[in-house]
Ligand binder design. Structure first.
Ligand code: FCB
Length: 459
């Protein structure tokens, strides 16, 4: 399966998950620092205090990226590292770090793909209401302005927000992620509206101020549904189910992306959420809906189902899927269907900005044999290639993650990296999947999955 010429291969991380806490480097506290100090919130009492110590080891990490032939590196900027109070005085050491990182990437022919917000919200601004405060959109725009002024002579790829579905849904509604304060649904909807305004304002700031022509998007988490067969009725039912809002929560595929791309909240959501809707001021939807250059999708797994007589969608139970170490089912076809359905709805080219798996990896004799991850990536990429062959315009694939890292409420026990990190020594070891990925990038192609022994025999 060949990928199109110019297709971009990358790997992703995020600031809090790999850098080490911002306040060690003159930055401020983030809501994740505070969350980790409450007992029982994070498995094993883990925190992002030191994580992969990437702030001090970034040069070594960039060498590893170059060794793999990565063409893009998606990382995020820690807002409190740059602005300890979220607004106001800049921590120059923090800003300088990203400057050096970007230079190191470019010196190695790796395109920096910069995410402005990947969940480490400044604690000081949380104390002023966080996303509940409408001013948060301007705070974020001001932060964006600082990053654009400093880095846009070299950075062209910008992602505003990573997965509002998750930091609003888990962070502000359920409370299992930072800030960890379950809010009433109406409050969470207000936070969601403000974060959407922040997205729109940030896009405006980037377009107005970038020194180099920017490529802009946001990255969305999804709750995906796939047809159990290739019957057109099932396909249509699955498509409709992907964008329907049937429950009062944030795990759907339209509440955030419809406003960003289409300029309105989805009708069914507006109806279901009517009693809880926050004030929407004149001009808000226009602010939120800014031209985007592609649709960023974080895609991990989906569910199968089929159409019912009532043209509804019913899940097919009892499918036996392999499961990852996070207990997520392995469903490669989601990388065929989700891009297809997203493209039909939003008519934007697509980039898979995250995809990967947690695996119980260990170093044995200097090697990490993660055949399960090779199989996962291979099967998923093959399906992605099929979507592209069907005509869905897809620009790239960015795997989650470059390094094992701090997996939020799961702590360090869940390993998503293609590079193993031994936390006590901070030693990095390329897993077998990293070697495999290097070959995929070099070939710009994947073949159908074959177990290791067969691969070696036919090599
Ligand atoms: C996504 C997050 C990312 C990582 C992966 C496994 O929801 O964006 O930070 O935790 O899941």
């Amino acid at each position: 399966m060949k990928f199109p010429p110019g297709f971009i291969w990358g790997a992703a991380t995020s600031s809090y998950q790999i850098e080490g806490a911002a306040y060690h480097g003159g930055g401020g506290h983030s809501i994740w620092d505070m969350f980790g100090r409450h007992e029982g919130r994070i498995i094993n009492g883990d925190t992002g205090e030191w994580a992969c110590d990437h702030v001090n080891r970034y040069a070594e990490d960039v060498v590893l990226m170059a060794d793999l032939g990565l063409q893009a590196y998606r990382f995020s900027v820690s807002w409190p590292r740059v602005l300890p109070a979220g607004v106001g005085t800049i921590n120059q050491r923090g800003l300088d770090f990203y400057d050096r990182l970007v230079d190191a990437l470019l010196a190695n022919n790796i395109e920096p793909w910069l995410t402005l917000f990947h969940w480490d919200f400044p604690h000081e601004l949380y104390c002023r209401g966080g996303w509940l405060n409408r001013a948060s959109a301007d705070w974020f725009a001001d932060f964006t302005q600082i990053i654009v002024a400093r880095l846009s002579d070299r950075v062209t790829h910008w992602c505003t927000l990573n997965e509002p579905q998750v930091y609003i849904g888990l962070g502000h509604h359920q409370g299992s992620h930072a800030p960890g304060m379950p809010m009433a649904f109406g409050e969470a909807l207000r936070a969601a509206h403000n974060t959407l305004l922040a997205h729109g304002k940030a896009v405006q700031v980037i377009r107005a101020g970038a020194h180099k022509a920017p490529v802009i998007s946001a990255s969305h988490a999804g709750n995906f549904f796939m047809p159990a067969g290739d019957n057109p009725v099932d396909i249509e039912a699955a498509r409709a189910r992907n964008f329907a809002i049937g429950e009062k929560n944030f795990f759907n595929n339209s509440w955030f992306s419809d406003p960003m791309v289409l300029g309105n909240y989805p009708e069914d959501g507006l109806e279901l959420f009517a009693a809880d809707m926050p004030e929407i001021r004149a001009g808000d939807m226009a602010t939120i809906c800014q031209p985007l250059d592609y649709f960023g999708a974080n895609i991990y797994w989906g569910r199968y189902g089929r159409a019912t007589r009532e043209q509804d969608f019913e899940l097919v139970e009892a499918e036996r899927f392999a499961r990852t170490d996070l207990d997520w089912p392995v469903t490669p076809e989601v990388l065929y269907w989700a891009p297809k359905f997203y493209h039909q709805r939003y008519a934007l080219p697509l980039v898979v900005t995250e995809n990967g798996m947690a695996n119980a990896d260990a170093v044995t004799d200097g090697m990490v044999d993660d055949e399960a991850r090779i199989e996962f990536m291979n099967r998923y990429l093959y399906e992605y290639g099929r979507a592209i062959a069907d005509g869905v315009p897809c620009l790239g694939y960015i795997t989650w993650s470059l390094l094992d890292n701090f997996e939020w409420a799961e702590g360090y026990a869940k390993r998503f990296g293609i590079i193993h990190v031994d936390y006590p020594t901070q030693q990095r070891t390329l897993k077998q999947s990293a070697h495999w990925y290097r070959a995929v990038i070099a070939d710009n192609a994947v073949s159908q999955y074959q177990p290791a022994r067969q691969r070696m025999a036919s090599a």
